[in-house]
Design a protein around this ligand. Structure first.
Ligand SMILES: NC(=O)CC(=O)C(=O)O
Length: 267
């Protein structure tokens, strides 16, 4: 499965963000990716005050545009995340995935909201304007099952384990760590989850913008089921291309049978 992760700047307007995505897809067309991934809040400033302002309903204008892009380029598109508003006015941090025909095949609402106050470092309180989702999300492709969670969700090993127990061989993580938690935990968390769950992890961030209120860490990466970093970007815009051999998942799971050996009888 050929995957391309696009680490893109968040543009001034939604429209510019969508057009920039289309231009990037055009640029990578010849590489014939099966799956393209982008980052968290890819066309909305990562600020609690912006989430309700940028929010759209499922099936809204951005959704339509993304669905059309997936169809136009014949790809699976993990369309990062965007603020979604429901019929009751609640706003979620939502990831949509489209298949090669442009059909929505997955939707995940960030389950663990990023509420932190790190002394001398990052403060953020997503719950000021966002509501948490309550589902574990796994979807089918011709390559096998893929799971998806969003940024802070990665810190909760139970959610990854649940996706793996439901068959995920690859886990997508649209994300935007920051300059406090990025250097400390970004690679560590991805490698740890990959080793524990023996599956591929694709962490896709937005690119860093020093002028933004929230400065993303960047460093989109691809980690193997053996815990190796197969590729990693820096902080700037970039394209990360990886060919994943999903048979490696079964091979590692049978050679080092952690998942099969799991005991549920220990008290
Ligand atoms: N932005 C997030 O949701 C998570 C994050 O930055 C972190 O866990 O660190």
């Amino acid at each position: 499965m050929r995957v391309i992760q696009l680490q893109m700047q968040v543009k001034e307007t939604k429209d510019e963000g969508l057009k920039a995505l289309e231009a990037s897809l055009e640029k990578i067309r010849d590489k014939q990716p099966d799956l393209v991934c982008i980052g968290e809040m890819f066309h909305c400033p990562y600020e609690t005050s912006s989430f309700p302002v940028y929010a759209e309903k499922e099936g809204g204008e951005s959704w339509q545009f993304l669905s059309n892009l997936a169809k136009k380029y014949g790809i699976y598109l993990s369309a990062g995340t965007m603020p979604e508003v429901d019929d009751n006015g609640k706003v979620y941090n939502t990831a949509y995935v489209f298949d090669r025909e442009g059909r929505q095949i997955a939707k995940h609402r960030k389950a663990y909201l990023f509420d932190v106050d790190i002394k001398g470092g990052q403060y953020f309180k997503e719950s000021d304007t966002l509501t948490a989702g309550d589902s574990c999300t796994v979807f089918d492709t011709e390559f096998g099952k893929i799971g998806i969670c969003i940024c802070f969700d990665l810190r909760f090993p139970e959610l990854s384990r649940m996706m793996v127990q439901r068959g995920a061989k690859v886990i997508l993580v649209p994300a935007a760590f920051n300059r406090t938690t990025g250097p400390a935990h970004w690679e560590l968390l991805f490698r740890a989850r990959a080793v524990d769950n023996q599956c591929f992890y694709l962490g896709t961030s937005t690119a860093r913008n020093e002028q933004a209120d929230y400065v993303a860490w960047g460093h989109s990466l691809c980690v193997s089921p053996w815990g190796e970093i197969l590729g990693e970007l820096g902080a700037e815009e970039g394209i990360l291309e990886s060919d994943l051999d999903l048979e490696q998942v079964e091979r590692i799971r049978s050679e080092l049978p952690l998942l099969a050996a799991l005991r549920t009888d220990i008290r």
